[in-house]
Design a protein around this ligand. Sequence first.
Ligand code: PBG
Length: 323
Amino acid sequence: MYPVKRPRRIRSSAVIRKMVRETTVTPDDFIYPLFVTCGRGIKKPISSMPGCFQESVDELEKTAKEVYSLGIPAVILFGIPDHKDDAASEAYSDKGIIQEAVRALKDSVPELYIITDVCLCEYMSHGHCGIVKDGNILNDPTLELLSKEAVSHAKAGADMVAPSDMMDGRVSAIRKALDSNGFQEIPIMSYAAKFSSAFYGPFREAAESTPQFGDRKTYQMDPANRREALKEVSLDVEEGADIVMVKPALSYLDIISDVRENFNLPVAAYNVSGEYSMVHAAAKMGWVDYNKVMMEVLTSIKRAGADIILTYFAKDAVTLLNE
Ligand code: PBG
């Protein structure tokens, strides 16, 4: 008995393999995260994230030009302010680091799509994503600060805002605030299913946002919960999110797939810092091939159902795709 069904027939050459390929990764899929800091002439490497930097606005402008010329359509900005306090004042100040960076980028690279991360942890002295009282993270008072922050980002010229705090009701609060300030056209990409993950480790070094006490388990999701992710996403959809995000990506491909199956909105996935650092570390040891593993990682995230990938690999991946 010889096999009549031979799946190998359509794997016999690169041409046919390419013709039957189900998933492709393109530069249009990417959002590149950037870290902006105060001062001038600063480009400080983030040791756990090779190729990533904390940059002052003047350096950021150069990087943004390079990113755009490579064909990456969008960036997401994270701020490291000069001053932190228990009201996150710099998060919503018109003179804040993000507001300054957005104005500068809109001036020097106007075609680049600018997304801002709307969160308070980088601006709070205690490093939590909301207002703290007696050791608790208060939900509703935090919504006011997040709304002010989103409006001030939009005023500075942001094309899209992305709340990552995981407070209940923040999408509708931010939507209302944007609309009543004349920003009806600014979309919200919500970090809808954001898990309390150890894969954020390197980011917290990059953004200097490690919580000074406790952890984020009272607001970010339990990594063990799959059904709850759908609940979180459906709430954000009802509240008016335009794009929903799953974060992290790699250990959460099932969640990406579930969200894809259950909702008709574009799905974004955040290929987070720890996922990036692990590939770099293994490649540095000579244990895996950096380019191949990077492309396999990105392909798997798209195959699971993501339309958009936020990734620190964007520059390297696009360079490879452009070859
Ligand atoms: C802020 C925020 C975090 C990340 C994005 N926005 C960190 C956190 O929640 O602790 C993580 C990004 C990454 O690890 O690449 N709330």
